[in-house]
Design a binder for this molecule. Structure first.
Ligand SMILES: [Zn+2]
Ligand SMILES: [Zn+2]
Length: 227
């Protein structure tokens, strides 16, 4: 259940990630929401239970609040125009597009192809798809994403192209995962993450998100979200 206190904490976490690219500490949350450290921690735990954020392994600090990450995960996201020095860690290929969608900002995304190690640097924005040809591999079915969501995000990577994603899969994880066009993932990220920073954001229902997957053609058992 969302309470005004949890909402306030959630909004503070997202505002801090958006403006500074980092997560507030529990002490900072308590200070800025005028609550005790215990109350702030309770709110953070409740938000984690609702998958509104992801605690660090030790359960104290904030590790992720999708699409934002508090630690490097293979993607660096910077404003495309270079006029300011903000930067964000993209949790995965999908989250990197999500940061652009949530901020309504054109960005440059830097990563490396897991197969050949090539540096990939591409532009994307709310109205600008990434270059055609790039491929994104999802490691496991949607029903398993939150079993270990940090591991899931860590493994959702951008490859030079479909061929490199297939070669990597054959060598490291045969007959597993799903390879999508990066443009499809970019299209998915817009409605999935575009409202994350809106003042009146309400968490999407499972059916809402399933419809978003359907709309971009990600259908079938691999994409069935857990009930
Ligand atoms: Zn490659
Ligand atoms: Zn992710």
């Amino acid at each position: 259940m969302d309470t005004p206190e949890r909402r306030q904490v959630r909004d503070l976490v997202y505002a801090t990630f958006a403006s500074e690219g980092r997560a507030p500490s529990p002490e900072e949350v308590a200070r800025k929401t005028h609550t005790t450290r215990d109350q702030a921690q309770d709110a953070l735990h409740a938000l984690a239970d609702a998958h509104a954020l992801v605690p660090a392994a030790d359960g104290d600090a904030i590790r992720m609040a999708h699409p934002f990450s508090a630690a490097p995960m293979g993607f660096v996201v910077t404003p495309h125009d270079g006029h300011d020095d903000r930067r964000w860690w993209g949790g995965c290929a999908w989250d990197s597009f999500g940061i652009s969608a949530a901020l309504h900002l054109d960005v440059r995304i830097d990563t490396a192809c897991p197969h050949c190690g090539a540096h990939l640097s591409y532009h994307a924005g709310p109205d600008t798809p990434p270059p055609a040809g790039l491929a994104v591999r999802f490691p496991k079915p949607a029903a398993q994403w939150w079993d270990d969501v940090v591991a899931t995000c860590t493994a959702i990577r951008t490859f030079c192209d479909r061929d490199h994603a297939e070669q990597w899969t054959n060598q490291h994880a045969p007959d597993s995962g799903y390879i999508a066009d990066a443009v499809t993932v970019w299209r998915l990220a817009q409605p999935w993450y575009g409202d994350r920073l809106d003042p009146d954001f309400t968490p999407h229902t499972r059916d809402h998100n399933q419809a978003l997957l359907d709309e971009v053609g990600l259908t079938g058992p691999f994409w069935n979200l857990p009930l």
